[in-house]
Design a protein around this ligand. Sequence first.
Ligand code: ADP
Ligand code: MG
Length: 214
Amino acid sequence: MATVLTVANLKGGVGKTTVAVNLACEMHARGFSVAVIDADTQGSATHWLNSGDFDIDHDHMPLDGAQGVRRWIRRVLAKEVDLIVIDCPPHLQAVTEAAVGIADIVIIPVTASGADLIATARAVELVHLARRKRRNGAPDCILIPSKIDVRTLAGREITDALTQLGEPIGPMVRQRTAFVDSFSTGQWIGEYARRSAARDDIAALGEAVLTRVL
Ligand SMILES: Nc1ncnc2c1ncn2[C@@H]1O[C@H](COP(=O)(O)OP(=O)(O)O)[C@@H](O)[C@H]1O
Ligand SMILES: [Mg+2]
């Protein structure tokens, strides 16, 4: 069965889609078969993956309310791939809960803003809820400092702030215009800027996730 990597936070603009698509492509580049499930009605991941020359299986599968959750879960888990990457909407919706509920690992990008920390605490709460239901310790969780400007105090202090949440903190994804530009050109970072700090960040994230799930 596929390993499910769910990228979630209850806030928009934190880098969920950027992390989801780049992580999926990073894993694909490492030889894994990958499917991306875009669970956000906005469809940014779908738009991105359709706009370029990506060789990645992907489906736009948002859910309107709680109807059809079981069917949604069945459709996702029916994917015959090594890794399923789910890009979640920025709200607490049935689909977010389902994506966390079937995850092997929940990857939570969080920026250095204080407002983010509140949303992130709620996302971590969702992970705890899923763990109470599943009773086998799953899903694993990793907090990813995202869009980090290491020159700022907030950027340097985010790791301290995240420690309070009691979940492991993964390698950070720094703020780089290459991430914005690669989206516009329909490429992932490994194609747009193969030798760059931005790619190094995604490679480190991929490594950290693989170490935890495999
Ligand atoms: N590490 C980063 N550095 C610079 N810009 C980023 C980074 N991650 C995301 N962005 C930009 O921030 C915006 C929101 O990112 P996105 O991945 O769509 O967030 P979300 O899916 O959480 O709403 C986009 O314009 C994206 O290109
Ligand atoms: Mg998004």
